[in-house]
Design a protein around this ligand. Structure first.
Ligand SMILES: [Zn+2]
Length: 259
C-alpha cells in the first residue's frame, strides 16, 4: 500500500522537470521514491533509472500512469521481478514513448513486450538485449505495430528464429503501403531499421538475415559502419551489405568501360 504524500513533499515543487537521471549502479530506488517522482514530475519526457533496484513493478506501473508524456525511458538492468504488469501499464499509458531500454530484463516476457508493441506505436528504439525469455511473438508484434522502429537490440535473445527476421522485413512493406494509402505525411523515416543487434541469436540462419539486410539498405555489416551486428550467430558469418553490392556495380562499370 502506498504511503500518502503530503502536499509539502519536495517533489511537488519539481513539476516543471522534463528530464531525470538517477542512474547509478546498484542505486536503491524505493517504491516511495518512484511514487514521489510520479506525483512531482508529471511532465517528465526522459527518465533514466537504469541500474536502480528495489522498486516493485507496481511502482513502475504507477509512475507510468502519471508520467504519460514519457518519450525516453531507460530501465536497463532494473526490470527483474515479474515486470509484465509494469510493461502492460507502460504500453497502456505512455503512447508517446519513442525509446525504451529493457536491457538485461531477464524476466521480460512476450506478454509485457507485446503489450508495449500494441500501445507504443511511435517506438523508434528498443533495447531488449539479454531479455532471454522473449520469442518471435514479441518481434512479430513489433513488426506489425511499430512501423517507425529504426533501432532494435536483440543480443542474446536465443529464442528468436527466422520467423522474426522475415516479420521485420514487413515493416518496410507496411511503410510503403501506408505511403500509397496516403497515410504517410512526409516526415517519417524512409530507411526503416538502421541499427540491429542479433549477436548470439544462435537460431537464426543466413537466408533470413540476408533478406533483412536486403530490405534495409541502412543495415551494414562492413567494418566502417557496422550497424548490423551478427557476431556469434551465423555460420558463415559474412553477409554482404549495400556497400558490397555498390562496390560490385562499380567494378562492373569499370570493367565495362575498359572495353
Ligand atoms: Zn556497408
Amino acid at each position: 500500500m502506498r504511503a500518502p504524500l503530503s502536499k509539502c513533499e519536495p517533489a511537488h515543487f519539481f513539476n516543471f522537470i522534463k528530464e531525470g537521471s538517477l542512474f547509478q549502479q546498484s542505486f536503491k530506488l524505493s517504491d516511495r521514491s518512484l511514487y514521489a517522482l510520479a506525483h512531482g514530475c508529471q511532465k517528465l519526457i526522459k527518465l533514466n533509472i537504469s541500474g536502480c533496484s528495489s522498486f516493485s513493478d507496481n511502482a513502475l506501473a504507477y509512475l507510468s500512469s502519471y508520467c504519460k508524456q514519457l518519450k525516453v525511458l531507460n530501465l536497463c538492468g532494473c526490470v527483474k521481478a515479474a515486470p509484465d504488469r509494469a510493461l502492460k501499464a507502460i504500453g497502456y499509458n505512455c503512447s508517446q514513448l519513442q525509446s525504451l531500454n529493457l536491457g538485461l530484463g531477464e524476466e521480460v516476457g512476450d506478454d509485457g513486450e507485446t503489450s508495449l508493441a500494441y500501445g507504443c506505436h511511435d517506438l523508434h528504439a528498443l533495447d531488449l538485449c539479454g531479455c532471454v525469455l522473449i520469442t518471435d511473438e514479441s518481434v512479430i508484434a513489433l513488426a506489425n505495430n511499430c512501423l517507425h522502429l529504426t533501432s532494435l537490440d536483440l543480443y542474446y535473445c536465443r529464442n528468436i528464429t527466422d520467423r522474426a527476421m522475415y516479420a521485420l522485413t514487413h515493416i518496410r512493406v507496411k511503410n510503403r503501403n501506408q505511403m500509397w494509402d496516403g497515410v504517410k505525411t512526409g516526415d517519417e523515416d524512409e530507411d526503416g531499421l538502421m541499427s540491429l543487434n542479433i549477436s548470439q541469436c544462435t537460431a537464426l540462419t543466413l537466408p533470413a538475415v540476408q533478406a533483412l539486410c536486403d530490405s534495409f539498405p541502412a543495415l551494414h555489416t562492413c567494418p566502417g559502419r557496422h550497424s548490423l551486428i551478427i557476431s556469434g550467430c551465423l555460420k558463415p558469418t559474412s553477409i554482404p551489405c549495400a556497400c558490397a553490392l555498390q562496390a560490385h556495380h562499380e567494378v562492373n562499370k569499370l570493367t565495362h568501360h575498359a572495353y
